[in-house]
Structures are given as structure tokens and as C-alpha cells.
Design a protein around this ligand. Structure first.
Ligand code: KG4
Ligand code: ZN
Length: 359
């Protein structure tokens, strides 16, 4: 426990719990310290994006080696920026899955080493649970803490590997309503960016290119998949490909801006409409949007227009992969006395719903 614990005989204030978070599930090496599951004391992210741009996507073997080089300096930096040492830390939370096996194993082994050497509890966290808990984070410099999502909360997770609608009735309680049947939303952004000759990662490229375009220029299909809470983006991707082929004969060149804007509008339309519909149907008291694609301005604006209150989307830098979100999720397990042993292994295909453990 941290040295700040009070020992007075009077009514004892709750001691601050500081969790060190570690995240290496894909191509970001990240470490962070979060107090009481919400207050970011530090968050360091080393992106490998420059290394992977050459390959037009994440190259797993290269990602793993980069994590090995970066992990300990990044943990060190996170502690320094928080003006803390490992003696001040109460537990180590680490992403256990889902993700790339060769990447996950680097963070997990580093976390085990730190936990063992410093006699700290170890907590394995689901990466998607981390994205969800990014909605609880705020900066220690913020004047007023942002309000926490109220339960039941309808969570839309949109990342490079996942598109899921989750109903959260309480902390750590996840019911999956639906998911993508093919490409994840972020994957669709990345693939369509490649079709349009835009750089990796595709999400930010499409967003920037779309700024100068007309979202109504092309009437791309929306897969509503009525009577289900599922999504599908592969038909949309194919429609963009067909349009690109057709436009190749265009003497003025490919209308990249209009294509990007129309594609983005189709994705946003489906994501926002289905989420709003589900929130109503399940009487959600809040909507929470997380994962890399939640950084998208058009998506954020569309949600904000349709839902002026009870909407929780993390600040931009906590939408994409980071370790503060892992520490925030780890905290929820820590305070419920959930611990993992040093024999914990990675779970590269771990569904979020299997993480629900009754107290
Ligand atoms: O959550 P994340 O950082 O990693 C995964 O867990 O997958 O999400 C990465 C995904 C990528 O597909 C990237 O293109 C997308 O998030 N993304 C965006 C934006 N920023 C990142 N998509 C749309 N608009 C953005 N501004
Ligand atoms: Zn992620």
C-alpha cells in the first residue's frame, strides 16, 4: 500500500490507490500511473507508427522487437512524470489480450517482473475493458472532474480490431449486444485509405482528406442489419473500391476528398444511429464511445448533436491505445480484490464478455 495511507484514529479518509498500467497489445508501447481509477498522474505512449508506415500496417515481428526496446524506459518515464517511485505504487495492471501474441507477451513479462521484484499485486486486463474505462479518466490538472458514466451505460467500442455494442449494467459487467460481422470500423478506415492512396493509419488520413469533401457526393450503402445490433463494413469497402475503379477514367483525377467524406459519412451514420437506437431500447442512462475510431471528429460531432448530455467520449489522446485506460480498468478489479498469479498467460483472442467475474 502507498505511504500516504492515513493512520489517525479519526474517521479514516479513503487512501489513494495508484495503479501502474502497461499496454503493449499492438503497436504502441505505453505505461501510465492512475490514481483511484480516474486521475491520470502520467501517461506515456511510444508510437511505432513511423516504423510500420513502410509496411502500410502493423508488422507483428517488428512490433514485438520495438516493445522489447521501449518497455522499461517507458515505465521509468511514466513513474518520473508522476513524480513517484515503485514504492508508491499499489498494483500493476497489464493488458493480457486481445492483441498480437508477440506484442502482448512483452508487456505481460515486464509487468510480472515489476510485480515480483516489488511485491506488488498483478492484474490482467482485457484491452477492450481498458478502452471502456478510458471514459472514466481525467487529468489531475483538470479543474473539475468529468462526470463518470451512469449505469446502465451503452458502450460502443470502435477500434482497429473491434466494433462492439456492449450494455454495461454495472462496473465490470458486460453484455454484448452485437459486433461487426466482418471488418472492424477502424479496419474499414485503414483499408479504404489504402484504396484511396492515403497513408497509414487510415483513420486520421481519411478524416483530414474528408474535410475538403462533400459527404453527399456518393451515396454509399449503409448495412443496417435490421433486428440485430450487429455491424458490417465490407460491403461499404467494396462499394468504395467499385467507385474508385469507375473514377479511374475521370480526366480530373480521383475525387479523393469526396470519396473520403462520403465513406466517413456512411460509417458515422450507421454507428451513431444503431447506438442511439440500442440506448433507447435498453433504457441506457449514458452512452460511452471508446477506441481509436472514437477520435474521429465527424463521429464525435454527430453523437454530440444527437445526444447533448450523458455522452462520454474520452479526450482525443485517450481514444487510441494508451496505458492510463488499462490502469483505470485494473483499478476496478484491484478494489474488488481480484488478483492474477505470476503464471498468468496472454489471451490473444479474449472476448470482453468472458471477463465478467461476479464479486
Ligand atoms: O484503439 P486503437 O488505437 O487500436 C486498436 O485497439 O485497434 O484503434 C486504432 C484504429 C485504427 O484503425 C485507426 O485508423 C483508427 O483507430 N483511428 C481513427 C482515427 N484515429 C484513429 N479512425 C477514424 N478517425 C480517426 N480520427
Ligand atoms: Zn485499442
Amino acid at each position: 500500500m502507498s505511504p500516504t495511507h492515513h493512520t489517525s484514529s479519526q474517521a479514516e479518509p479513503l487512501a489513494t490507490v495508484r495503479i501502474l498500467g502497461i499496454e503493449t497489445s499492438c503497436d504502441e508501447t505505453a505505461a501510465a500511473v492512475v490514481a483511484d481509477g480516474r486521475i491520470i498522474l502520467s501517461s506515456v505512449v511510444a508510437s511505432q507508427v513511423e516504423v510500420h508506415t513502410r509496411f502500410g500496417g502493423v508488422f507483428p515481428e517488428v512490433a514485438s522487437r520495438q516493445h522489447i526496446l521501449a518497455i522499461y524506459p517507458i515505465v521509468e518515464q511514466a513513474l518520473q512524470q508522476a513524480h513517484l517511485t515503485l514504492d508508491d505504487i499499489d498494483g500493476v495492471a497489464v493488458t493480457r489480450g486481445p492483441g498480437l501474441p508477440g506484442s502482448l507477451v512483452v508487456g505481460l513479462n515486464a509487468a510480472k517482473g515489476l510485480a515480483l521484484a516489488n511485491n506488488l499485486p498483478l492484474i490482467g486486463v482485457n484491452h477492450l475493458e481498458g478502452h471502456i474505462y478510458s471514459a472514466w479518466l481525467y487529468q489531475d490538472t483538470d479543474q473539475k472532474p468529468a462526470s463518470a458514466p451512469e449505469f446502465p451505460s451503452l458502450a460502443l467500442i470502435v477500434s482497429g480490431g473491434h466494433t462492439e455494442l456492449i450494455l454495461m449494467k454495472d462496473h465490470l459487467d458486460y453484455a454484448r449486444l452485437g459486433a461487426t460481422l466482418d471488418d472492424a470500423a477502424g479496419e474499414a478506415f485503414d483499408k479504404v485509405a489504402r484504396l484511396l492512396g492515403l497513408s497509414y493509419p487510415g483513420g486520421p488520413s481519411i478524416q483530414n482528406t474528408a474535410q475538403g469533401g462533400n459527404p453527399l457526393a456518393f451515396d454509399f450503402p449503409r448495412a443496417w442489419l435490421e433486428d440485430t445490433w450487429n455491424f458490417s463494413f465490407s460491403g461499404l469497402k467494396t462499394a468504395v473500391l467499385r467507385e474508385v475503379r469507375k473514377q479511374e477514367a475521370n480526366p480530373r483525377g480521383l475525387p479523393t476528398q469526396d470519396l473520403a467524406a462520403s465513406f466517413q459519412a456512411a460509417v458515422v451514420d450507421v454507428l451513431v444511429s444503431k447506438t442511439m437506437h440500442a440506448a433507447k431500447k435498453f433504457n441506457a442512462r449514458s452512452i460511452l464511445v471508446a477506441g481509436g475510431v472514437s477520435a474521429n471528429q465527424a463521429l464525435r460531432q454527430s453523437f454530440a448533436l444527437r445526444l447533448p448530455s450523458n455522452l462520454h467520449i474520452p479526450p482525443l489522446m485517450y481514444c487510441t491505445d494508451n496505458a492510463a485506460m488499462i490502469a483505470a480498468a485494473g483499478y476496478q478489479r484491484f478494489v474488488r480484490s481480484q488478483r492474477d498469479g505470476l503464471d498468468m498467460d496472454i489471451l490473444p483472442n479474449w472476448p470482453l464478455t468472458e471477463t465478467t467475474r461476479p464479486d
